[in-house]
Design a protein around this ligand. Sequence first.
Ligand SMILES: NC(=O)c1ccc[n+]([C@@H]2O[C@H](COP(=O)([O-])OP(=O)(O)OC[C@H]3O[C@@H](n4cnc5c(N)ncnc54)[C@H](O)[C@@H]3O)[C@@H](O)[C@H]2O)c1
Length: 230
Amino acid sequence: MKRDIAIVGAGYVGVPLARTFADAGKSVLLVDVDASRVAQLNAGESYIEDVPTEALKPLVEAGLVAATTDYDELGEVDAILIALPTPISRQREPDLRILLSATELIAPRVRAGHLVVLESTTYPGTTREQVQPILERGSGLTAGKDFHLAFSPERVDPGREDWTTKSVTKVVGVSTRHRRPRRPISTRQRSTTSTAFRHLRPPSSRSSSRTSSARSTSPSSTSSRSCVTG
Ligand SMILES: NC(=O)c1ccc[n+]([C@@H]2O[C@H](COP(=O)([O-])OP(=O)(O)OC[C@H]3O[C@@H](n4cnc5c(N)ncnc54)[C@H](O)[C@@H]3O)[C@@H](O)[C@H]2O)c1
């Protein structure tokens, strides 16, 4: 069945995202390896506190939200959002193993015109240096030319009612390298960018006082949304 959006990873990020899109009238497919979660979602039952069952059930019954374990269904959507876990490793860096192995499964399902958006938390360079080559190799297509590839890290803070998936501002970084030539980055731009991305660097490369101040930053300020080149 043709759907607007697929979200790979039906967790704290994926389910509220699905609800937000469905509330706006978009049809959403959640793709998850956990068959019991998929069954619960298809029964209209939520296991995510930010999305009550009373909110999810009507969307499932209206056919706006469905779930599957079958990656083949990705071929039937217009956009693929990736909201997979990137747990902190022993080296205090995002562990990309789940993300990259799932990207291998997504790649052969990517077709011309698709939009693929990485929503997971990670460090700058992940989209361009790790996700993009896997998608291009597996699909035989070129990002920025045949399909669109973006990074838009989720910033939701589960449990909060003042800032939700719908209201938290996000930045979307998209590759345009095949559309127009890139201008060289000036020293001033480089400095601004590195300040903006400081929050996303692995904690080991930041001072402890900076880490704690970054953690206490409110969703309305800059913070992690600045990692647009990830
Ligand atoms: N939870 C938060 O508060 C929050 C906030 C902002 C950003 N993030 C980031 O968003 C990303 C997702 O986090 P989350 O909290 O939603 O994770 P989560 O653990 O709640 O959910 C992840 C889901 O992915 C599924 N999954 C695991 N491997 C899979 C695979 N190979 N294919 C398909 N599904 C698979 C799991 O079964 C689970 O349902 C992470 O990078 C996290 O850092 C999380």
